[in-house]
Design a protein around this ligand. Structure first.
Ligand SMILES: O=P(O)(O)OC[C@H]1O[C@H](O[C@H]2O[C@H](CO)[C@@H](O)[C@H](O)[C@H]2O)[C@H](O)[C@@H](O)[C@@H]1O
Length: 274
């Protein structure tokens, strides 16, 4: 069964979370649950170092892990950060830096070799950004990428975007837009869609929960899998927010109001799949 929100076509049957969990329960052992981190598992804060997943979400993930085939966190954060915030949960895989790093079920962190030569460039770029960007812009160095934030001074958005885009062009880097952030990454082919494409190859069903524009690539990968395999059941879930919410919701099958509501949604799912 494909995801039912197929672009602009009206769904043939009403699509509800109820029906979707029923369909998932029938193939729970072949189901993968994917979660973005910031804005999905954890509410957004001004300081990127101060965020934590909502406790109810963590409890629900722990309950779901033994019931489904796999749980995977797919984030722009480094794996070490995700491990620190989520712990080594059995049966949970961590994909960090858009898949440039991964760790399976508490195992060692593996980095995409093609990205490693870019570490010095990223370190220099972060230093440069701290010196050259106006006060109020926040520079987050993540070893293989640099995020330039303007959440606390929103009017800096255009200037930070101009500076970041120009440096990306000079250095041959890629840019990823996000929620009051511009991220500069190495020119290595890796994104959330590619992670999902690889992981769902042997799955019967998958859900992806995300809030930002980079998550739309993951939705697209789930839909591609459903188009190629008619028995595959995929569900794309947006988490609402004032910045990218409309665009992400337009690409999703269902929308959840907030990370706190996701905790309730998953607690209910754990009961249904148990
Ligand atoms: O892929 P994700 O896990 O969703 O990561 C995307 C970015 O998330 C973080 O930034 C966002 O959350 C911050 C903390 O709540 C917030 O201050 C910022 O405005 C948001 O853009 C993270 O800091 C970035 O590195 C990620 O790219």
């Amino acid at each position: 069964m494909p995801p039912l929100n197929l672009g602009k076509q009206p769904p043939k049957t009403p699509f509800t979370a109820d029906l979707a969990w029923q369909a998932t329960a029938a193939r729970a052992a072949g189901t993968v649950l994917f979660f973005d981190f910031d804005g999905t598992l954890a509410p957004v804060r001004d300081d990127p170092t101060s965020v934590h997943p909502t406790p109810r979400v963590l409890t629900a993930i722990e309950a779901l892990a033994p019931v489904v085939r796999r749980i995977a966190i797919v984030s722009a954060r480094p794996v070490d950060f995700l491990r620190d915030r989520l712990g080594d949960l059995a049966g949970v895989d961590l994909y960090g830096l858009y898949g440039l790093e991964h760790s399976h079920s508490g195992g060692e962190t593996v980095t995409e070799p093609a990205a490693l030569p870019w570490v010095p460039t990223m370190a220099d770029l972060a230093d440069e950004a701290r010196t050259e960007l106006p006060a109020g812009a926040l520079v987050e160095y993540k070893r293989l990428s640099v995020a330039l934030h303007w959440r606390t001074v929103p009017q800096l958005g255009p200037a930070v975007t101009r500076w970041g885009s120009a440096r990306a062009e000079q250095l041959g880097l890629r840019v990823q837009t996000g929620r009051m952030v511009l991220e500069l990454k190495p020119p290595v082919d890796r994104d959330k869609g590619m992670v999902i494409d690889e992981v769902v190859r042997d799955a019967e069903a998958a859900w992806y929960f995300g809030d930002d524009v980079s998550d739309i690539k993951a939705f697209t990968a789930l839909r591609a899998r459903a188009a190629a395999e008619p028995h595959f059941f995929g569900v794309c879930v947006a988490v609402a927010n004032p910045e990218t919410g409309e665009e992400v919701a337009a690409a999703a099958d269902l929308t959840i109001d907030s990370p706190a509501d996701l905790g309730d949604f998953l607690t209910d799912a754990a009961r249904r799949l148990a």
